[in-house]
Design a protein around this ligand. Sequence first.
Ligand SMILES: [Zn+2]
Length: 256
Amino acid sequence: MIFNARATVVVALLGFVFDAFVGVGAAPTSPAALAKVVRSCTQPKVAALTFDDGPFMYTRDAVSILNKYGAKGTFFVNGKNWGCIYDTASVDTLRNTLANGHQVASHTWAHKDLTTLSRPEVVDEMTKSHVAIQRITGVNVAYMRPPFGYYNNQVREVAASLGETIVTWDFDSGDSTGKSVQQQKDQYHQVASQKPNSVLSLQHDVHETSVHQVLEYAIQQLQGAGYELVTLAECLGAQPYHNVGKPESRTSDWHC
Ligand SMILES: [Zn+2]
């Protein structure tokens, strides 16, 4: 499906204006489309490791470790969180992630709780990261993860207008909620021992320990239990992007 992010932005904004225009005294309109929400993989014996909050200084190492094991990962990236997506290092990191066959998806611009924002703010948070990823890499992402996993129908409507499916997780390493390295390793050991049909994980490539001390163990545990480590799209039997175009060259709009 051909899908243009900029056209989508216009459509999303026009939709907002239209909603406001017909809001008073108009006949009831059909409900807005709600984005699908994915919580688990659908394919058997696969694990999708997903990394949130980058790109950051450890992302490239995460990619190298995944590569070493023939594993694929998925990176839900922010525009402006631990770093700025338009910084030269972030641009290089993002392109390197793609070039190595890993998936990139959106985690919104500034990692706000979307359920606390007005509709124009949600549109802004979700559109700016979607467009930034497309400018930098050329891909039009089909998936997004709301910060903290928090969403409501307004978020689902805006995601649908951008062509994004919402993704949460069914396994949390605990690296953002204070779990120690050993506790995180124990979590992976446990899930690998339990052998669920599939695993859709949450971890963060912005934490040094997650990348340098836990990731290799996690991969070994999951592969040792017979899981194939695949991208999110592969674990759903779906496509990661609506279309793949050419990366753009830097302009004065590339700033945080
Ligand atoms: Zn996050």
